[in-house]
Design a binder for this molecule. Structure first.
Ligand code: DQA
Length: 145
């Protein structure tokens, strides 16, 4: 069986997961999340390519790359760029790969500036507020299309 390729893209400060505000974001590291996704992906027939960058343009480049690589879906936690980046909105609109917006916390229960999501304006759907488990929920959702 050919595996479906899923890109998992993570934005600024997510390299600090596990140590960064654990009361909000939990104690699992990005590597822990990657391992969880790889294991679940194997069971679902999905291959995971995971990246993290603190730089907006790198995320734009990886969205384009997901399209060129024939990815089935992208899981995107754009971190704070979620709330600021028209470039990410345009990049999602520039590709035909469905993008699922993921957040560990629920931005709607937090500061007002987190209530706007440029990513969400173009995403197929959003999973937020379930901590690291949200990435698995997003993968399960991607397995359905
Ligand atoms: C986040 C929520 C954003 O508001 C914040 O800037 C992050 C993490 C989350 O996963 O909950 O960096 O995307």
């Amino acid at each position: 069986m050919t595996q479906k390729l899923v890109y998992v893209l993570n934005g600024p400060n997510l390299n600090r997961l596990g140590r960064r505000e654990p009361e909000i974001y939990g104690t699992q590291t990005l590597d822990d999340i990657g391992a969880m996704l790889a294991e679940r992906g194997q069971a679902l027939g999905m291959a995971i390519t995971m990246h993290q960058s603190n730089h907006e343009g790198a995320l734009v480049d990886w969205l384009h790359e997901a399209q060129d690589a024939g990815a089935h879906a992208v899981l995107l936690n754009a971190g704070a760029y979620t709330h600021t980046s028209v470039a990410l909105l345009d990049a999602i609109r520039a590709i035909s790969v469905p993008v699922i917006e993921v957040h560990l916390s629920n931005p709607h229960t937090r500061e007002a500036f987190r209530h706007t999501s440029w990513v969400g304006m173009a995403a197929k759907g959003t999973i937020a507020g379930f901590g690291a488990h949200g990435y698995l929920l997003a993968l399960e959702a991607a397995a359905q299309f």
